[in-house]
Design a protein around this ligand. Structure first.
Ligand code: FPP
Length: 260
């Protein structure tokens, strides 16, 4: 069956005769992952190595995030999902949590126009519970509305997101909808996930040398290719993204079947 996915019919124009052309060397434009997920890990360690507070590491992660977005656009990837705050991250020190709420709020405000101009649709996956500050929820809604019509790429920010929480929420909806046990199947569950129209990730990248999923997209990554890199998130750049895609294209995706 071999490696699947693909940026769609033909390579995007920017594959030909641009600077990105050189960096994209060795990547087959017909087998670019349609959906890439990123666990942006290692900000704290990056800061500690420099004698800086952990929060400085998150700040430095912003450049990495936007270079990854540019790289995904260069590739012609249609969906990029980044793990920005997990349902477990509330256990971090209160000052760090407060910083992250403010940081995400200001990041949306500062970057939404630029993303909009690049044709990026911004969406969110996660729980909108009482712990998320209202000002941040407002910024999230504004970013959603501003970019709702864009289709070049969808950037999903997993915020107050947990894979188990998403499955629990889907089961709650099944029960609330009165679905009888014999009608519960994968389609019934999938249609009640946070973003039912989002394709499963083809490739999930985790930075910082940890070999864990940490509750990211548990249902959706059943057949994703996983790539782990030692690079700490603030040092991650589009070249690292392209390297992960090359690794992905060397993999043999079988989905439980056999090679033909
Ligand atoms: C999972 O590891 C990693 C995350 C949930 C990403 C966290 C990222 C940030 C807080 C910074 C976001 C940065 C930007 C630029 C928006 P974990 O540490 O939750 O799980 P673990 O304890 O298993 O390692």
């Amino acid at each position: 069956m071999g490696n699947q996915g693909g940026a769609g019919a033909g390579a995007p124009a920017r594959w030909r005769g641009t600077v990105a052309d050189v960096e994209l060397d060795g990547i087959d434009p017909r087998r670019v992952p349609v959906h890439i997920g990123c666990v942006m890990d290692g900000n704290g360690r990056w800061a500690r190595k420099r004698g800086l507070p952990r929060t400085e590491g998150h700040g430095a992660g912003e450049e990495a995030l936007f270079d990854a977005v540019e790289g995904a656009l260069d590739l012609g990837t249609r969906w990029l999902t980044v793990y920005a705050f997990s349902t477990e991250n509330w256990k971090r020190p209160v000052d760090e949590v407060r910083y992250l709420m403010k940081f995400n709020e200001s990041l949306l405000l500062r970057r939404r126009d630029e993303l909009n101009e690049r044709g990026v649709r911004i969406r969110f996956a996660g729980r909108r519970d009482w712990r998320v500050p209202r000002r941040l929820l407002r910024r999230m809604d504004e970013a959603l509305d501003l970019t709702a019509h864009n289709r070049t790429m969808t950037l999903t920010i997993a915020f107050n997101y947990g894979g188990r929480a998403e499955i629990v929420d889907a089961v709650r909806r099944l029960v609330a909808d009165g679905v009888p046990a014999d009608k519960v199947d994968e389609k019934a569950i999938r249609s009640r996930m946070y973003l039912p129209d989002m394709p499963d990730p083809d490739l999930v990248i985790r930075t910082s040398g940890e070999f864990r999923i940490s509750n990211f997209l548990l249902w959706e990554l059943a057949y994703s290719e996983l790539v782990f890199t030692d690079v700490l998130w603030p040092d991650f750049r589009r070249a690292n993204l392209f390297e992960a895609v090359r690794e992905y294209q060397r993999r043999d995706r079988r989905y439980g079947g056999l090679d033909v």
